[in-house]
Write a protein that binds this ligand. Structure first.
Ligand code: NAI
Ligand code: MG
Length: 351
């Protein structure tokens, strides 16, 4: 059957890299007769906001609801405050569609050098709890009788929230034959992180064949650099996962090649796939952005739609393109966005 995909290019380099991802999906349709997709593009971005006073129409979420998946570029422009784009666009999508897993592959592609990780063999995934935890709007400011201020920021962790994230991590580990590492800090954060440890441990009981280690997040950050090859699945809370993900991205070559998925594992709502990077206003409009993160995000989407074969084919095409010497500026080369995109499509055709 035909997969329906909502395309949200966004701002800055978003439309530039999205263009290459859309051309790639069209190429795959031509190449593989068993795959077909229908793409609908939505012009919701900062320019739309300036014209209409909102990031998307009132029924925007209802419009997206019916799609099988959402492919997003990046959002952000100096003309609109960043908290508007985040809280009126990205957050409502993640929340409404219960995208409670943030999925980030940390895989060193052949031909990418990283000053942080010398080992060639870096290939793990970070599974970050994406819906609750440290990122809550519970809290506020209090003032004492001398008007000295105090800020309180509450972490909210529910048994259900932790369990479903842990369960996803263990399922993934089981399918791929990997160990699980849980990032914690229960020695110092004694209420929420102790609870996290307990629920993760309890969830692990259903997966006796999967090795589980619990590592304090500060030490884990060091181990990411010292022995990245030892990890399989890293399970982390919202804040810890956010920080570890950017370190992971730096380990394997940077923002230009880092993809992500915001997943609703139940399949009740569409999942959303997006590069880790933002709209990169400093290089927007020059045609030099690296399209790999966006194309790889599209590959994660294909995997989510049940086509792991097509995901693997795209990743192989990216690796072949790098092996041929194609490099955009962020990777130390001079190839344009379009040249990189076209070379990856050529390598899809050759497979
Ligand atoms: P950014 O990721 O846009 O840029 C950081 C640096 O990485 C810049 O030097 C940029 O040129 C470079 N870079 C990023 N993607 C690249 C690519 N594909 N190829 C080559 N170089 C690339 O982060 P920044 O500058 O902090 O934020 C810019 C805007 O993007 C802000 O408005 C921010 O709020 C927004 N943003 C949006 C995100 C989203 O839509 N999910 C995520 C992160 C930031
Ligand atoms: Mg982040």
């Amino acid at each position: 059957e035909t997969a329906s995909i909502a395309i949200l290019p966004g701002d800055g380099i978003g439309p530039e890299v999205m263009n290459e991802a859309v051309l790639l999906l069209q190429e795959i349709e031509d190449y593989d007769r068993t795959f077909s997709c229908e793409m609908n593009e939505f012009p919701w971005n900062s320019a739309y906001y300036l014209e209409h006073g909102r990031m998307m129409p009132a029924d925007g979420l209802a419009q997206l609801r019916s799609f099988d998946a959402i492919l997003f570029g990046a959002m952000g422009d100096s003309s609109v405050p960043d908290e508007v784009t985040v809280w009126d666009f990205i957050m409502p999508i993640r929340k409404q569609f219960q995208q409670y897993i943030n999925f980030r592959p940390v895989k060193k592609l052949e031909g990418i050098r990283s000053p942080l990780a010398e080992s060639e063999d870096v290939d793990f995934v970070i599974i970050r709890e994406n819906a609750e935890g440290e990122y809550s709007n519970s809290g506020g400011r209090l003032y004492d009788h001398t008007n000295e201020a105090m800020a309180i920021q509450n972490t909210i962790m529910t048994e259900k929230g932790i369990r479903r994230a842990a369960d996803f991590a263990f399922q993934y580990a089981k399918e791929h034959g990997l160990p699980v590492t849980s990032a914690t800090k229960s020695n110092a954060v004694i209420h929420s992180m102790k609870f996290w440890d307990e629920v993760v441990q309890k969830t692990a009981e259903a997966f006796p064949e999967i090795a589980l280690e619990k590592i304090y997040v500060d030490a884990l950050a060091a181990y990411f650099v010292q022995r990245p090859q030892s990890f399989g699945v890293v399970l982390a809370s919202n804040l810890f996962g956010d920080i570890l993900s950017d370190l992971g991205s730096a380990l394997v070559g940077g923002l230009g090649i880092s993809p992500s998925g915001n997943l609703n594992p139940s399949g009740d709502y569409p999942s959303m796939f997006e590069p880790v990077h933002g709209s990169a206003p400093d290089i927007a409009g020059q045609g030099i952005a690296n399209p790999i993160a966006q194309i790889w995000s599209a590959a994660l989407m294909l995997d989510h739609l049940g086509r792991k074969d097509l995901h693997d084919m795209v990743v192989t095409a990216i690796e072949k393109t790098l092996a041929e010497g194609y490099r955009t500026k962020d990777l130390g080369g001079e190839h344009s966005t379009k040249e990189m995109g076209e070379a990856i499509r050529a390598n899809v055709r050759k497979q």
